[in-house]
Ligand binder design. Structure first.
Ligand code: TPP
Length: 350
């Protein structure tokens, strides 16, 4: 990977982390209402996958989608304004955190319903196949979404019709408080794709370079006309499921312990249900952001001062996004009507 690309990855991962931390602060201040699902820990997936896409590809995401939108190029101010419910938001303030949209950038949501992303991706993929275009659809979903009926229906159709869809499972190993081995008879998500003869790979979702490589490879196959692919990215969220979830179900050194099989370790996990402190999380790793920073240092792409400069630049971007959101006007009643029904020409029907 060349320097320009490595630094672009680092910038986007850092922006994703700082943006989300700021969202938590703004939520506590009351500037953001409703549900808020944050992404710290999982940045390598969004950055690795979306940087491997063309601008003509479509992205369909979940309710944990702020960073997907940012990496796709939706301006941070428009994402923040949407979370604030303001008119300057990318969904004109009427979608909120779980419904970010930017069709111009082919960012097709933002969905609150678990398993809702698959049929949308299938529809987009079908449209591309009918027109025989060299485009693809990225369909993000969580590990908890693989037990929805839509998963199986959509994989079946995608395989049958050879649709250009890359299914990307962000396996952070929890569906709210339920660990994957407690909700899934087949906890290795990538193995499920075999039922539909869809090629699948499991990668370390904490390693942005690996995610990027695997996505590039899968997209090459898709563009060559071989039909859908599935990528399972093993990752971990550092916070609770949402701002309403303190995550008390997670044992103290979870980040370190979750892949260990030592029975003593497992017993301790059962006994001590205390949410890990930020220090424990930082000490335990692996943190994809720190890993990439070290890679940039080792390759000579960056030095300590350069990283500090990047940190400042990202903080400024986040600050500007918050200012934009604070100053943006509220949506009007007219805006609400306009968002209901329209025809293909955008004319309001009610
Ligand atoms: C159809 C449906 N059922 C239940 C819910 C409530 N719910 C919201 S998030 C969630 C867990 C999903 O976990 P996962 O797919 O692993 O995604 P993650 O939150 O870990 O990113 C559930 C059950 C919902 N939104 N939609």
């Amino acid at each position: 990977m060349d320097k320009r690309q490595a630094l672009a990855f680092l910038h986007d991962m850092l922006l994703g982390r700082r943006f989300e931390e700021r969202c938590a602060e703004e939520y506590m201040k009351g500037n953001i209402a409703g549900f808020l699902h944050l992404y710290p820990g999982e940045e390598a997936v969004a950055v690795g996958v979306i940087h491997a896409c063309e601008t003509s590809d479509y992205i369909v995401s979940t309710y944990r989608e702020h960073v997907h939108a940012l990496v796709r190029g939706v301006p941070a101010g428009e994402v923040m304004a949407e979370l604030f419910g303001k008119r300057g938001g990318c969904s004109r303030g009427m979608g909120g955190s779980m419904h970010l949209f930017d069709p111009q950038r082919r960012f097709m949501g933002g969905y609150a319903i678990v398993g809702e992303t698959y049929p949308v991706a299938i529809g987009l993929g079908y449209g591309i196949a009918m027109k025989d275009l060299p485009e693809a659809v990225i369909c993000f979903f969580g590990d908890g979404a693989v037990n929805q009926g839509t998963f199986h229906e959509s994989l079946n159709m995608a395989a049958l019709w050879k649709l250009p869809v890359l299914f990307v499972c962000e396996n952070n190993q929890y569906a709210i408080g339920t660990e994957i081995h407690r909700h899934s008879a087949v906890p290795e998500v990538y193995k499920r794709a075999a039922a539909y003869r869809i090629p699948a790979e499991r990668v370390d979702g904490m390693d942005v370079l690996e995610v990027h490589r695997a996505t590039e490879h899968a997209l090459q196959q898709i563009r060559a006309g071989s039909g859908p692919q599935l990528l399972e990215c093993l990752t971990y969220r550092f916070r609770g499921h949402s701002m309403a979830d303190p995550g008390h179900y997670r044992p103290p050194v979870e980040v370190k312990a979750h892949q260990q099989t030592d029975p003593l370790e497992l017993a301790l996990r059962e006994l001590s249900l205390v949410y890990p402190t930020p220090e424990q999380i930082a000490a335990a790793g692996p943190d994809a952001l720190l890993k990439l920073r070290q890679y940039c240092f080792d390759q000579g792409h960056l030095h300590e001062e350069g990283f500090e400069e990047l940190e400042r630049q990202v903080q400024d971007e986040v600050e500007a996004a918050v200012q934009f959101a604070l100053e943006a006007p509220e949506p009007t009643l007219d805006d609400a009507w306009q968002a209901l029904y329209c025809n293909r020409r955008g004319e309001i029907l009610i």
